[in-house]
Design a protein around this ligand. Structure first.
Ligand SMILES: [Zn+2]
Ligand SMILES: [Zn+2]
Length: 373
């Protein structure tokens, strides 16, 4: 069967924003998720197709390659496993209501059940929020974080079984991992309460982890924050999440960055903005001033004579470095010149000002202009 175009799969335009792509995928994922459509292979196919499309189109680099070279650009069609693409739904659903719905779909972050019984599955991914200064976001930094996660119990290697003993089939569910209960016309399947869906129980649990196979461990990690990050960016630490149940692999740790505001710089993309007050005479006659940059270095800026209040000048390359770029390209710094009217004049200045007014002549009947101008 020919593969469908990824944009077509998600039902979005080729130029769709990442938000539109996320929304489209969310809708398809909710409607077609296998846990919600048991036994419906068409729905499962649609789910996989949508997940694959989302995997590519949600990644800027992969999307670019796909746009340019099609499937050849993203090496699709191979045996890729998308069974775990829905692990980090906190990202896709941004907390809030839908996340809760998914929490119950996905049975707390484990892999999808196979015929009701759970084998080893990937552990939960974890989120950690760090707050860094504006300048650290621009130039990058290292942050040491301390967090607790689950690791495999070293005594039983994550099996939960005491050495020398084994597991036996769960007598409640006869190894299926599910129990059925009749409710009116319906028969409702639910996870077996005795074995928690595993299909077997541990006869002699490991003394160290009480049979869970997992132990909580406090961990300290140095996280490298690359130059150019902004609020909402995340750094993935592969395998630093919770260890998987039944000896399964660990999830990832996502470090979300939150940037504190700067005293005077504002940021938009890779450009920086600030205002610079200049005097009425500097604006009239022209001048050279020294303006502070985010590098804590002052650069000389020429103000042309006759500069009006609100004029914006650009300092090329004095902005924020491009995130994860090998070039040392940076955005620009924009300065808005604010012409200040002197509030207090000494005797001498007052005299000169009056003289100036006389020489220049004052317009006593100025013509109105629109308010918004
Ligand atoms: Zn153990
Ligand atoms: Zn059971």
């Amino acid at each position: 069967m020919a593969k469908r175009d990824y944009y077509e799969v998600l039902g979005v335009q080729k130029g769709a924003s990442s938000d539109e792509i996320k929304k489209a995928y969310r809708k398809l994922a909710v409607a077609n998720h296998p846990d919600k459509n048991p036994g419906d292979s068409a729905a499962e196919e649609r789910f996989k197709e949508a997940s694959e499309a989302y995997e590519i189109l949600s990644n800027e680099q992969k999307r670019q390659a796909y746009d340019q070279y099609g499937f050849a650009g993203v090496d699709a069609g191979g045996a890729q496993d998308y069974s775990n693409v829905y692990r980090d739904f906190s990202d896709l659903f941004g907390g809030g209501g839908l996340g809760d719905i998914f929490g119950s779909f996905f049975g707390g972050g484990g892999g999808r059940s196979q015929g009701g019984r759970r084998g080893p599955s990937v552990g939960s991914s974890l989120r950690y929020d760090v707050e860094i200064s504006f300048k650290d976001a621009v130039f990058g930094t290292k942050v040491e974080i301390s967090f607790a996660h689950h690791v495999h119990c070293s005594t039983c290697s994550g099996s939960g079984v005491k050495s020398g003993s084994g597991k036996k089939m769960c007598p409640t569910c006869n190894g299926t991992g599910q129990v059925r209960r009749n409710s009116g016309f319906f028969s409702i399947a639910s996870t077996c309460p005795t074995c928690q869906g595993e299909g077997h129980i541990v006869e002699n649990p490991c003394d160290d982890c009480h049979g869970s196979g997992l132990k909580r461990k406090q961990q300290k990690v140095k996280v490298t924050i690359p130059p150019g990050v902004d609020t909402g960016n995340r750094i993935s630490l592969s395998g630093m999440g919770d260890a998987g149940p039944n000896g399964g692999p660990s999830g990832d740790l996502y470090v979300y960055v939150n940037v504190k505001p700067h005293k005077y710089f504002e940021r938009s993309g890779n450009d920086l903005y600030c205002q610079i007050p200049i005097s009425f005479t500097q604006a009239s006659l022209g001048a050279t001033i020294e303006v502070m940059t985010i590098d804590d270095v002052r650069v000389k800026v020429a103000i042309p004579s006759g500069t009006q209040n609100g004029k914006v000048l650009r300092l090329r390359g004095k902005g924020v470095p491009l995130l994860r770029s090998s070039s040392d390209q940076r955005g620009d710094q924009y300065i808005k010149l604010v012409v200040e009217t002197p509030k207090k004049l000494n005797k001498e200045a007052k005299k000169l000002m009056a003289q100036l007014a006389q020489v220049m002549g004052e317009n006593e009947k100025p013509e109105p202009v629109p308010f918004t101008q």
